[in-house]
Ligand binder design. Sequence first.
Ligand SMILES: CC(C)(COP(=O)(O)OP(=O)(O)OC[C@H]1O[C@@H](n2cnc3c(N)ncnc32)[C@H](O)[C@@H]1OP(=O)(O)O)[C@@H](O)C(=O)NCCC(=O)NCCS
Length: 178
Amino acid sequence: MPVNDHKAGAVIVRPLLPSDPIPAITRLLHRAYAKQVAMGLRPLAGRQDDSVTAERAANSECYIALVEGAGGETIAGVILFEEQEKATFPPFFLKPHVCHFAQFGVDPDVQGRGIGRALLEVVERRAREKGATELALSMAEPDRELYDFYVKRGYRFVEHWQWPYTNYRSCILSKALA
Ligand SMILES: CC(C)(COP(=O)(O)OP(=O)(O)OC[C@H]1O[C@@H](n2cnc3c(N)ncnc32)[C@H](O)[C@@H]1OP(=O)(O)O)[C@@H](O)C(=O)NCCC(=O)NCCS
């Protein structure tokens, strides 16, 4: 069993199940990435349709964060661990000691409450379980607030990368896993 459920206060992070609603995740991603879209950027997660959301989940380990609300549990965040893509990977992702994550988003209504941190803890744990010593990600270079978010969490700049489906240069960041 690769994964255990992970709890952080009122947040539960668990693997995506076949019964989970893909459209809710697509909507969440569009809302989470709206800030970058408003900056004139075209992140895939900000415009992908449900079939792409489902395909990306199938090509990775997909985790969702659930929060308890008045109407029951709702999906508040999502992250993909070790997504396999058709696009060429940045050189750093191809190193044997490196794992990576992608499509990381939290519902803007509940950002700043540690849900992102809980999702990151799960992928960091999965990377350690796989024997990796580095956990990497790709982010839009123009989003300096996001860059600061990762630096505060121990990530550092590694290299630039241009994905074929975006209109901006990306920064590859990575964190050494203790
Ligand atoms: C990046 C992201 C997933 C983080 O999720 P989150 O749930 O807000 O993360 P956390 O609550 O764990 O941490 C947010 C940090 O910002 C701070 N913060 C304060 N107010 C905030 C607010 N209104 N919104 C966001 N963050 C806030 C928090 O204090 C926290 O910092 P700290 O842990 O040093 O105290 C989320 O901001 C997001 O979905 N962004 C848009 C999509 C995106 O850019 N994804 C990454 C692509 S590489």
